[in-house]
Write a protein that binds this ligand. Structure first.
Ligand SMILES: *Cc1c(COP(=O)(O)O)cnc(C)c1O
Length: 442
């Protein structure tokens, strides 16, 4: 629940449990929730199994697919559909669980929490749906007024539960993010109002995502020995880091394919060892328009053999010189574990179009980036799972450009334009936002 560690670094488990073949085989046919219980209990040793089971069951009861994260076969690839949660993107898999975990721990401690966050689109609605209606939690989500897609805005502002507070800020996403930082650095305010965060550096979010790598592996292979690839469209290195944890636990993953859009700092790192900051470019896959991949810090810890001091130096170098350097031997390790491609917007649109022509299946632009990377990187027939991170209806504009028609809308979005909304329109001013929190905090 603490988010960052006290020294400003990210938290990791003391050790990663190792699974043998026998254990893996015995998990082959488990339903998603049962598998989640096995995996999460290895880490959450402080929560009794019966409680964890009910938290997991409740978290995934909001998903509209019986399998939670089904795998479908299309055009020789396996598509792992992660978008059957309430807000139609993979972030629901983690945030539905996180909301329930927070509530459970707050109840146990007799505490309350005011979650404050900023969003450019997907995270905000997934976080809101994760905690809506919860007694002990209030949530304040800022979004830049008029700068998210209309569907994304509606997904947030149509949630009318009294503990949900949407704030449209007259400004940019960076203005929103900045105010969040200021509030969290105001230690007196942070303590008085028990501010909490749900951003993607939360370890419990990573852990919840480890589960679907196992689940997909079992759908694709009949025997627990075969190695496969996963192709992951990446922004913050969160989702793919979950895959790396699964690999370290012993899941037979030959390599993780890291797919980026024009914001390709991670591709440059994997292919050339060049981790140097660039400018953020806006693309048709906006949830990956990121330069600073927060969770990369966690990977560096393992790459540097668990040497925390070296990780600290690397990030000091990033702050000072705008780059991180690794040795030749370390780069060889990186390249044994990952392969990477950057897929530009024209290629993304072309991929949605050709995939639809061949299969009738509609990819969202983020998923398309991963599919195209897999098409280029996998040449030896190894089974490959592509993570489908959002439902195409969330990014209808790009889809229309690619195939000339709107993707069918799932029930969660039908009629959303006609629903009542609640949202405060405020200036990008810290005192104004603080005042609102003071007024509404519980
Ligand atoms: C957040 C998001 C991503 C990127 O995931 P990371 O964990 O930040 O790498 C990809 N696709 C969609 C649809 C997202 O919402």
């Amino acid at each position: 629940m603490m988010g960052l560690a006290d020294d400003g670094g990210l938290l990791l488990p003391e050790s990663i449990p190792q699974l043998d073949r026998t254990t893996l085989s015995s998990w082959q046919d488990l339903p998603y929730q049962e598998l989640a219980l096995r995996i999460i209990s290895l880490f959450a040793t402080d929560i009794p199994a019966a409680d964890l089971k009910s938290l997991i069951d409740r978290s995934y009861s909001t998903f509209t697919h019986r399998e939670i994260t089904p795998v479908v076969r299309q055009d020789g690839l396996y598509i792992l559909e992660l978008f059957h949660g309430p807000t139609l993107a993979f972030k629901d898999v983690a945030l539905q669980l996180l909301g329930n975990l927070f509530e459970y721990l707050l109840e146990e401690r007799g505490e309350r929490m005011n979650i404050v966050g900023a969003t450019s689109g997907d995270t905000g609605s997934a976080a809101i749906y994760g905690v809506r209606g919860k007694e002990k939690i209030n949530i304040f989500i800022m979004h830049p007024h008029g700068k998210t897609s209309p569907v994304q805005e509606r997904q947030m502002t149509t949630v009318l539960d009294p503990n949900v507070h949407n704030i449209a800020v007259r400004g940019t996403f960076d203005d929103c993010q900045n105010i969040v930082k200021i509030l969290f650095n105001d230690l007196a305010f942070k303590e008085e109002y028990a501010l909490g965060a749900v951003n993607s550096i939360n370890w419990a979010r990573v852990l919840a995502q480890v589960v679907y790598y196992f689940y997909a592996y079992f759908r694709v292979t009949a025997s627990c020995g075969e190695e496969i690839y996963f192709s992951v469209p990446t922004g913050n290195f969160g989702d793919i880091f979950a895959g790396y944890v699964a690999k370290r636990m012993g899941l037979p993953i030959r390599r993780l394919l890291l797919a980026t859009n024009e914001n390709n700092i991670l591709t440059r790192f994997i292919n050339q060892g060049d981790y140097s900051l660039g400018e953020v470019v806006q693309t048709v896959s906006p949830s990956m328009d990121i330069q600073v991949a927060s969770n990369f810090e966690r990977y560096l810890y393992y790459l540097f053999g668990g040497d925390s001091a070296r990780v600290r130096d690397a990030f000091a170098s990033l702050a000072r010189n705008g780059r991180i350097d690794v040795s030749r031997a370390e780069l060889a390790t990186v390249q044994a574990e990952f392969a990477s491609r950057s897929v530009n917007q024209e290629e993304t649109i072309a991929t949605i179009s050709s995939f639809h022509a061949q299969t009738g299946y509609i990819l969202d632009p983020h998923t398309a980036v991963g599919v195209q990377a897999a098409r280029e990187l996998v040449t030896d027939g190894t089974p490959t799972v592509c993570l489908a991170t959002a439902h195409p209806a969330k990014f209808a504009e790009a889809v229309v450009r690619a195939i000339g028609q709107e993707p069918p809308r799932p029930a969660a979005l039908q009629g959303i334009e006609a629903l009542p909304t609640r949202c405060e329109l405020l200036d990008a001013d810290r005192e104004t936002i603080k005042e609102l929190i003071r007024k509404k905090a519980r």
